[in-house]
Design a protein around this ligand. Sequence first.
Ligand code: GDP
Ligand code: MG
Length: 200
Amino acid sequence: MNDEDKKESDITIKLLLIGNAFVGKTLIVQKFIDNTFSKSTVSTIGVDLQSKIIDINGKKVKYLIWDTAGEDRMKTMTYAYYRGCHVILIVYDVTIRKSFENVTTWVECVDKFAKTNVLRILVGNKTDLENERQITKEEGKKLADENGLKFYEISAKTVTGLMEMFEDIAKEYVQIYEQKAIKNFQLKNSNQTKTKRKCC
Ligand code: GDP
Ligand code: MG
C-alpha cells in the first residue's frame, strides 16, 4: 500500500471472491462498485482488482476486491491471493445445485491457502430468480453453519441485500480490527510498565 492509499482511508479490507463460473461474482463487484447491471459480463481472466471506499460509523473503510475466474484452468493462479485476504466470499447460484455442491471444495481451498483468521462468508446469489430456485435459504444457512461461515442471500441483478452485505462485513471487520488494536495497545503498555519496573 502506498502513502496515497493510507491517507484516503482509515482501514483497508482486502476481499476475495471465489466460486464456480457464472454464479455472479463479477456482477456482484460491478454492482457494489458502480451499481450497474449488464446482461452479459466478460468472463474474468485470472484475477481482477477493484476498490471502493465506504463510510462505516464515520470511518473511511476501503475495500480492495479481487475477483477471480472460476474456470479450472485459472484456479491455481488464484491461490496466491488467498493468503493476503481479510475476507473471502464463497459465492454460489441459488438456481444451480452444482455451484452449491462445490462450496465444500471451495471451503477446502480456503482452509488450505488462506490465513486461519480470515472472515469466511457464504453468498447465495440470484435470489431474483425465485421460480428457478434449487437451493432453499435454510439449506444455504445449514451449510454455512456446518462450515463456520457467515451467510447472506443476495441478488446482484436487483441489488437486493448486496449493499447491506458489504456494509455488514465492513462493520464486523472494523470491530475485529479495533479490538485487535486495543489489545495491541494494552499489550504494549503492559510491556512498558514491566520494563519500567525492571529499571527501578
Ligand atoms: P462470474 O463468472 O461468477 O463472474 O459470473 P458473472 O458476474 O459473469 O455472471 C454470470 C451471468 O449471470 C451473467 O449473465 C450475469 O448477468 C448473470 N447474473 C449475475 N448475477 C445475477 C443475479 O443476481 N440475477 C440474475 N438474474 N442474473 C445474474
Ligand atoms: Mg467473473
